[in-house]
Write a protein that binds this ligand. Structure first.
Ligand code: 4AD
Ligand code: MG
Length: 431
């Protein structure tokens, strides 16, 4: 009786067991009457030995001819062999081809990066990509669990919007039955509406930015974990950010340790243990100026500044109290110095830079109207958002965390697009 197993489970079985494995052929080597096939499934890779005489003649001929990445069912016996990767191989009795490769599989050693991206739909079969996607799924799961356990309710917000959250320059315009609409940059304003009934909310969904910045950390579509909380000030929300980031790092270290090690990385939860250093924008500016960066009060930090600044830290750290002109209109001005706002960016150490942006929101109707005007925006376009301040407004704060930024930092990926199944960048909407 043959048992159909996942590859990973085969490695837990007794030698001699007759099994059936289902997967794809990753590589093939021939030594005369013996053909070695590497069989890959979602759980691992095992070497299959197809020996003439042990396998029936028809199966041997199929193995001889088989194209890489064909899908197969293989029946045989598990045999220990110290020469095989993992110390175990499958001695094939019978090979059945489920779906042959009709042409030579195009992804080969040595092909260039552009080719891999143009063929991302096939490159996804690489075990490295699969591991990153598993870690990504675990990261999102850990974050959701932590938020739920801490009383946050998941809400799902619209993707079509009519007014900018993070400035008009990065809006993607779409034709909405003859009227202009945009793709969301952040669901923050919808979450702000939701706190009046749910108090603590979060969303996990894509955000879009028409950002032409071709850096290693910018996507035009990214997954955004956003949190909003009623009756929370800047310092309350910074605590939530710290605890959530720590929960993610600690959780991944436990739940994805094996995968992370396969990528040659190690997560040390101590490196993300709260409290995180907190510096003000003015101090960050001094550090940058002392390093010869040509930057003036009021300028926002870009990728280059954040890289230089974050190399000075070995733990994630907050930069707070940015000049109000460097941030969106909704940020609460600091009552003791209204030229800066009660905001906090969390920067990852070692050159990675911003992974979280957030802070306290203006909850006063008149002040918010004034800030909208000062930013040369039309209060009429923000009517419903202003309405929220008319009826029982309360102090509140929130933040957004970029899922791909987080993975880029934690896994030390060469580029943020490695964190996506199908990355979207200024130069790429295909495949
Ligand atoms: O700092 P941002 O623009 O903040 C907001 O959108 C707030 N409205 C969020 C909120 O308070 N609810 O974006 C938040 C995070 C950044 O820190 C970064 O991690 C990620 O979103 N992000 C991007 N990730 C990849 N590519 C881009 N182009 C990104 N832009 C922002
Ligand atoms: Mg930001």
């Amino acid at each position: 009786m043959f048992k159909t197993l996942y590859v990973r489970d085969a490695f837990q079985c007794e030698e001699g067991l007759e099994v059936e494995l289902i997967g794809w052929i990753r590589s093939k080597r021939r030594h005369g009457k013996l053909i070695f096939l590497d069989l890959r499934d979602s759980t691992g890779i095992i070497q299959v030995a197809v020996k003439h005489g042990v396998a029936d003649n028809e199966s041997f001929m199929k193995a001889l001819d088989i194209g890489l990445e064909s899908s197969v069912k293989v029946k045989g016996r598990l045999k220990k062999d110290p020469r095989a990767p993992g110390g175990l191989e499958l001695h094939c009795n019978h090979l059945e081809i489920v779906g042959p490769s009709l042409e030579d599989f195009p992804i080969k050693k040595g092909v260039g990066l552009k080719f891999l991206l143009d063929n991302r739909h096939l490159h996804l079969r690489s075990p490295r990509v699969a591991i990153i996607m598993k870690i990504r799924a675990t990261l999102m799961d850990i974050a959701r669990r932590w938020l739920r356990e801490n009383g946050f309710v998941e809400v799902n917000c619209p993707t079509f919007i009519t007014a900018a959250v993070e400035g008009g320059a990065t809006l993607f315009k779409v034709d909405y039955f003859g009227k202009p609409a945009y793709l969301t940059q952040s669901v923050q304003f919808y979450q702000e509406a939701a706190i009046y009934s749910l108090e603590k909310v979060y969303s996990l969904q894509p955000s879009f930015r028409a950002e032409l910045s071709r850096t290693r950390r910018h996507l035009t579509e990214f997954w955004h974990l956003e949190v909003e909380m009623a009756y929370a000030d800047l310092y309350d929300i910074m605590k939530v950010i710290e605890e959530l980031v720590y929960a993610i790092v600690n959780g991944l270290n436990k739940e994805s340790e094996r995968e992370i090690r396969t990528l040659g990385r190690e997560l040390r939860p101590e490196m993300a243990e709260p409290p995180y250093p907190r510096i003000r924008y003015s101090e960050a500016l001094q550090i940058l100026q002392s390093k010869g960066v040509n930057i003036n009060w009021g300028d926002d930090f870009g990728a280059d500044e954040e890289r230089i600044l974050s190399k000075e830290f070995s733990k994630p750290f907050f930069v707070t109290h940015y000049p109000k002109e460097a941030k969106a209109f909704y940020h609460m001005p600091d009552p003791s110095n209204p030229s800066v706002c009660l905001n906090a960016d969390l920067l990852a150490p070692g050159g990675y830079g911003e992974i979280v942006g957030g802070g306290q929101r203006i909850h006063d109707y008149n002040l918010l109207t004034e800030r909208i005007r000062e930013n040369n925006l039309n209060p009429e376009e923000y009517r419903w958002y202003l309405d929220l301040r008319k009826y029982g407004s309360v102090p509140h704060s929130g933040f957004g965390l970029g899922i791909e930024r987080m993975l880029w930092w934690l896994l030390h990926l060469p580029h943020i697009r490695s964190a996506c199944l199908f990355p979207r960048t200024p130069a790429r909407v295909y495949p």
